[in-house]
Write a protein that binds this ligand. Sequence first.
Ligand code: ATP
Ligand code: MG
Length: 382
Amino acid sequence: MRRVLLARFGEVHLKGQNRPFFLRTLVDNVRKAVEGIGGHVWMAESRIYVSGAEDMDDCLERVRKVFGIYSVSPAVEMEKDLEKIYAQAIEMMKGVTGTFKVMCKRSDKKFPLNSQELASKAGERILDAYPHLKVDVHKPQTEMWIEIRDHAYLCNTETMAVGGLPMGTAGRAMLLLSGGIDSPVAGYQIMRRGVNIQAIHFASPPYTSERAREKVLSLAKTIGLYENGIRVHVVPFTDIQMKIHEKCEEGLGTVIMRRFMMRIADRIARDNDCQALITGESIGQVASQTMEALACTDVVATVPVFRPLIGMDKLEIIRIAEKIDTYETSILPYEDCCTVFTPRHPVTKPKIDKVEKEEKWLDAEALIEEAVRNTEILHIKE
Ligand code: ATP
Ligand code: MG
């Protein structure tokens, strides 16, 4: 008898012809997640199994964070001996209260009882052992699963996992990563769909500090955990911001600055085989996120811009930030380049032609060239 984990996958089931590719990637990703702690991974009958790790709780936590995994159950793998199976089921139901149901699945047709017989026999034994329990076949509080295959597998708890699609099955995108709450969450939402990401950060030293930069790199590291590290491009942005401040109408400063961010991110994305940009914008959250302002920034990108938080409330975003462990870092009070040179009265409904006219005061191409040339590339890993 030994402890194993039994992981279920969700949406991968739907993937038609690409199913083998998705499953192979998923199994590989689970393997990468647990190999460091001695986990051994295999797939059988639409489940992924993990055994062998010394610390199975740590192992479960790791498997739970693999995109594409829907839920994980700690299970027992044992010989197909009826009496031993009953005894094990009784042991696992110790301490359980309320209602339960035994669910059985038998793929080994040589096993002496069929699924229904096994379920009802095991149910009786459990009731004999714990008379305070009640059977509820419709909405049981606990489901005791017994599966008969090469071995017998028993489990009665299920932990929800992150879901989504296996990392590496959906291309690559460039995340505009600030030090705030929103952008790490936006990155996570897209990664969850199987997309590898890189991050780009605009820094304006000396107006933004070394600690602000460290904060961003720390956020990159946290989300990078989902894909074994992350490439971060740090763009020097001070010159551009100074020029905008000097030459352009103050109220349009923010939207012009954001258009420069987009252009540079777009250029670096294409140079790095990224097929889309990701931002943490949400309609109406701040002056630069009105429909009009979003329209002004959108038009300068040549690849699609994904804004997975566009329709979300701040509180919903915070809840995800807490779940993915970025919140505590995001609320550290260091400045972002967006917070320096902020116009006193930003135009909330900028018109594209007006913005374009103001930008004529700048040599956009030269400024972008210079910023891209001086961009620093880091690879951040746990
Ligand atoms: P966040 O919480 O992600 O910082 P925010 O609510 O502060 O977002 P803005 O400052 O307007 O909103 O930024 C909107 C989006 O622009 C961010 O979510 C991020 O994707 C991008 N962004 C802002 N500042 C930077 C920066 N310094 N470097 C890279 N991207 C940035
Ligand atoms: Mg911000």
